[in-house]
Design a protein around this ligand. Structure first.
Ligand code: ANZ
Length: 964
């Protein structure tokens, strides 16, 4: 598949031009300019103060902070798909520099993560050693591409100087609570002060000072934004770790490894992201993000408006969450999630009189029935439990609740289609309106009451229905008591009216529920940030003082968490850090007045999302040892400004696969830091752009096994590998599919400028595109022509004509200014492919005109190319006699006089006779042309008020009018 390119690789023969642009020349030019840029610090973006302060003239410019989603330093290195986004941001950043901006563009590494740990488990190599070797390799691969990064600002999340601040942020989150009234996070000390002064009542009565230390810790744990809890978590014995909801697939298995995941009660750290649900949702409106990503975040947060309703049971009550309180009159039974804490309390010893056989599951007592059902439900994932098509299972718990709206006694069931983790873990079941309830009611012989008038002609007798009737455009019926009537109302009004009634009578209240859950923040791994938390002898968690950060990872013998039989739900995690006794058990003086004491360290580590939750901030002030980021510097690069009320990075480019996890977590941390006054930006990323994927053909043999793409030959539209016919399909690029092409190969064959051009020319940036090595040469030829338009290939000397712009022919000036105008707009709009097309057009025009290119044209051509192919542009700029780098030159501006469209003459006929001529744009629309023709004076005169039967328009050249 790889076609060698004679122009690029053939040795220079006697008759070949000695100064032609070849791969060898590109390699020499590129290496030389890369060294120059490094030595000169060409891409250093100055801060207004601090150790990176610099050129006040640059600092005074408008700024642009441009960022890529930073890479994980994988051992496989980069293939040509990886740098697509990096090249795009580099082109954009270079354009911004040339249009008067102080541009911050750099790249670090997201370097904690599982692959290095697994590699360590297999080989015994310390994860740090393999990770650093991988980073070194990637740094050199990336350097070869000529990316204009401010290298002074790069770091890896595994640097103790970096994770010191990740730990510091954890402490800020731990030491704060969310004030629902003020709608922001506040220091926990302010909550303590409220409890202490009595301004806020201590739950359960009593005073703060009367609480024991453990009671205080428990109480504050209910408020802290980072808190430990025994909540049920996703435990994956096969991996030996717990997982976040986001890491569990729709089939309830681990995203990585595809092992079963069980709900298990474990003490784990959580982040109270749910406190921010409203703000995370509302602030999306302000962001310049793809709609699809915003929608995914909205769905993930999942805001539902409805009501809480209390159903009394023996002096207690079951509270349900419903989005349809208007259907309350149709609630004929209730369901508790099997894990619901009230199940035990309400389950009597014996079946009450009149219990139907269908409800008991064949068990002698309710206690037995419930226990058996709970055991069965525990082995299923949430998704399995919720599956639409699944048979509805459940069991009566032997108790009845009172429907508050009509006093009816309704039976209470446990059933696994109700989840503990959503709403209140209990529902009122309305079989007429909810399909799951309908199926359950049919299976358990429960009444179905029609409370919404069907609009589809099925009638109001539910015994004849095949499904529930769900519609927001129907009228409520059968829904009144002495106090309130919903009959005849539409759903929206009925919801309002019943909510009023619920609130008036104290039976319930309007409420908002979110699908979003708190973020499980503990992992049973080695290769992550240690928690800056220690436990005292009573098990109370204490934060380390900031002076003890970074808390560095200890050395351990064995990097793997203990894994178990993947199907054994009863196992418990055992973390690698717990094996280093000397590290775990310590005597510390935490500076809290308690003096030195024995403590036990937290032995979980943070999830690998932690480091990427705030890295944009550290780029700003990477060496600051006193602060996370200096506020003035943060304000300068990220602060709110006109049109960006929340501030944030100006452009963030990365893959759409990070729609929810990373972007939601980073937004959350950003908001906490904002609330606590550490940053002025309440959003991390103002504009988000998702680049497409570079795809590649995958060739498979008869057994379906991928064969090396480079060894496949094409014959008459069929593909062969070693004589055997193989199939071809477009897929991902990667080592496992044996179709990876590395940037190193392409750079060796053509140079980095050609690779950059090719990747940018492949199509619009947000669209996925197939890689085609054979097509790369096209961009190489463009650079060869560009070179030839400026340099004499035989002498290597400049070959431009030193003339004034006024002496340049009009056609060339028009071609030049149109190119300038178009390229400028395209680069600003990140349409790099069309920008390249316009450069190509201008370059071809110059080749066609022949003769030495006029200097004013050549100079601007080089400037146009500079963001896209920076090395060759630097070289030509130097040849043109300039001593400064092209990087900070002004991007050319088009002279509007040359940009206006040429016109064409349009003939207007009436009944086939020419009556008028119009000068119009060649791209005029048929509609506009018709309007212009009918408005023309001569045409109006010729028609003499006659009506029109028909107008035939052939834009841009002809309009024929047929009068009535
Ligand atoms: C009565 C009702 C009648 C409902 C009706 C729906 C239709 P969303 O929109 O996703 O928020 N529900 C509440 N908590 C649940 C839980 N823990 N597990 C399973 N289902 C639960 O869904 C809210 C609706 O889902 C609630 O409104 C409740 O059923 C159900 F015609 O209440 B509804």
């Amino acid at each position: 598949m790889s076609e060698t390119n004679p122009a690029a690789t053939a040795p220079v023969t006697a008759d070949a031009a000695p100064h032609r642009y070849t791969a060898a020349m590109a390699a020499e030019i590129e290496a030389r300019w890369q060294d120059f840029w490094d030595a000169e610090g060409t891409y250093a973006a100055p801060n207004p103060k601090g150790d990176l302060a610099g050129d006040p003239e640059l600092v005074a410019r408008p700024k642009k902070f441009i960022m890529d989603m930073f890479p994980y330093p994988s051992g496989a290195g980069l293939h040509v798909g990886h740098p697509l986004g990096y090249i795009a941001t580099d082109v954009f950043a270079r354009f911004q520099r040339m249009t008067g901006h102080n541009v911050l563009h750099t790249l670090g590494f997201d370097a904690f993560g599982l692959p290095a740990e697994q590699y360590a488990v297999q080989t015994g190599t310390h994860p740090r050693a393999s990770t650093e070797a991988n980073m070194k390799n990637m740094v050199s691969q990336l350097r070869r591409l000529g990316l204009g990064h401010d290298k002074r600002r790069s770091f890896a999340t595994i640097d103790p100087e970096y994770y010191k601040w990740t730990q510091w942020i954890f402490l800020q989150i731990f030491n704060s609570w969310y004030d629902d009234e003020a709608k922001r996070a506040r220091p926990i000390s302010e909550l303590v002060a409220q409890f202490d002064s009595g301004e806020r009542a201590v739950p359960g009565g009593g005073t703060w000072s009367a609480l024991t230390e453990a009671e205080r810790a428990d109480l504050l744990g209910e408020y802290r934004l980072a808190y430990a809890s025994d909540a049920p978590v996703n435990w994956c014995p096969g991996l030996g770790t717990v997982l976040a909801n986001e890491e569990v697939t729709a089939d309830g298995r681990s995203e990585r490894g595809n092992f079963p995941v069980f709900k298990s009660k474990l003490r784990q750290w959580n982040m109270r992201i749910t406190a921010y649900a409203d703000r995370l949702l509302d602030d999306l409106d302000q962001l310049d993000w793809p709609e699809a990503i915003k929608l995914q975040q909205r769905n993930w947060i999942g805001r539902s408006e409805g009501a809480r309703v209390d159903f009394p049971v023996d002096g207690e009550r079951i509270t349900v969450f419903t989005t349809r309180p208007d259907t309350l009159f149709g609630a004929t039974y209730m369901v508790l999630a099997p894990e619901h804490p009230l199940v035990e309390k309400f389950t009597p010893a014996a079946w009450p009189e009149g219990t139907r056989d269908a409800w008991t599951g064949g068990h002698a007592t309710p206690t037995e029935a419930v226990a058996a059902y709970r055991a069965q439900a525990a082995s299923k994932s949430d998704v399995e439990r919720q599956a639409e098509a699944k048979d509805k299972t459940g069991v009566f718990i032997g108790a009845y609740a009172t429907n508050p709206v009509n006093g009816e006694q309704v039976p209470v069931f446990v059933a696994d289609y109700v989840l503990m983790g959503y709403g209140t873990g209990a529902i009122m079941a309305v079989p007429a309106g909810d399909q799951r309830d309908f199926e359950f009611a049919r299976a358990f012989e429960l009444p179905i009451r029609c409370i919404v008038e069907p609009t589809d002609g099925r009638g109001t007798d539910p015994s004849t229905w095949e499904s529930a009737f769900a519609s927001y455009d129907a009228k409520i019926m059968n829904s009144s008591n002495g106090e309130v009537s919903l009959d005849g109302l539409g759903v929206v009004e009925a919801k309002e009216r019943i909510t009023e009634w619920l609130e008036r009578t104290g039976a319930g209240a309007g409420t908002v529920n979110f699908r979003l859950r708190d973020w499980l923040f503990s992992r049973q791994r080695y290769w992550g940030e240690p928690f800056p938390i220690v436990y005292d002898e009573d098990g109370i968690a204490h934060p380390l003082p900031a002076s003890m950060l970074p808390l560095e990872l200890p050395e351990v013998e064995d990097y793997s968490p203990r894994t178990f039989d993947p199907d054994d739900a009863d196992t418990k995690p055992e973390t690698p850090l717990s094996r280093n006794e000397d590290w775990v058990h310590v005597t510390l003086d935490l500076g809290d007045g308690r003096g030195p004491r024995r403590y036990r360290r937290e032995t979980n580590t943070m999830p690998n999302w932690a480091g990427s939750c705030w890295y944009e901030l550290r780029y700003l002030d990477p060496h600051n040892s006193e602060q996370l980021v200096d506020p003035e510097i943060e304000q300068y690069w990220m602060g709110p400004r006109e049109g960006l009320p929340h501030g944030g990075v100006d452009l963030y480019v990365g893959g759409a696969e990070h729609a929810v996890l990373h972007l939601l977590y980073a937004r959350f941390w950003s908001k906490v830091l904002f609330d606590l006054g550490h940053v002025s930006s309440a959003e991390p990323f103002h504009k988000l752009f998702n680049q497409g994927m570079i795809q590649a053909y995958v060739y498979r043999d008869g057994r379906g096994i991928a064969v090396p793409a480079a060894e496949v030959e094409e014959r008459d539209g069929a593909y062969f590998h070693g004589g055997e016919k193989v199939s071809r399909l477009l897929g991902k690029m990667g080592k496992s599919l044996k179709n990876a092409v590395t940037p190193d190969e392409i750079c060796a064959e053509y140079g980095a400028d050609t690779l950059r051009l090719y990747e940018m020319a492949m199509g619009p940036l947000d669209v996925s595109r197939p890689w085609d090595t054979r097509a790369v040469v096209g961009q190489f030829r463009l650079l060869q022509r560009l070179w030839r338009n400026v340099v004499d290939e035989n002498t290597g000397r400049l070959s431009v004509a030193d003339v004034a712009e006024t002496d340049v022919d009009a056609d060339t000036l028009r071609a030049l200014h149109k190119a300038i105008d178009g390229v400028r707009q395209d680069l600003e709009g990140m349409r790099f492919n069309t920008a390249i097309a316009k450069v190509t057009e201008l370059n071809n025009h110059l080749t066609k005109v022949g003769g030495p290119v006029p200097r004013p044209v050549a100079e601007r051509l080089v400037l146009l190319v500079a963001p896209l192919a920076p090395h060759v542009a630097e070289e030509l700029w130097r040849k043109l006699g300039h001593t400064a780098s092209v990087v900070h030159e002004d991007f050319p501006v088009a002279d509007p006089a040359y940009v206006v469209d040429e016109t064409v003459t349009c003939v207007v006929q009436i009944k086939g006779k020419v009556k008028a001529r119009l000068e119009v744009s060649p791209s005029v629309s048929e509609e506009d042309l018709e309007k212009a023709a009918l408005a023309d004076e001569k045409v109006v005169a010729a028609l003499g008020g006659a009506g029109i039967r028909k107008v035939i328009v052939r834009a841009p050249k002809l309009v024929n009018i047929v009068p009535a």
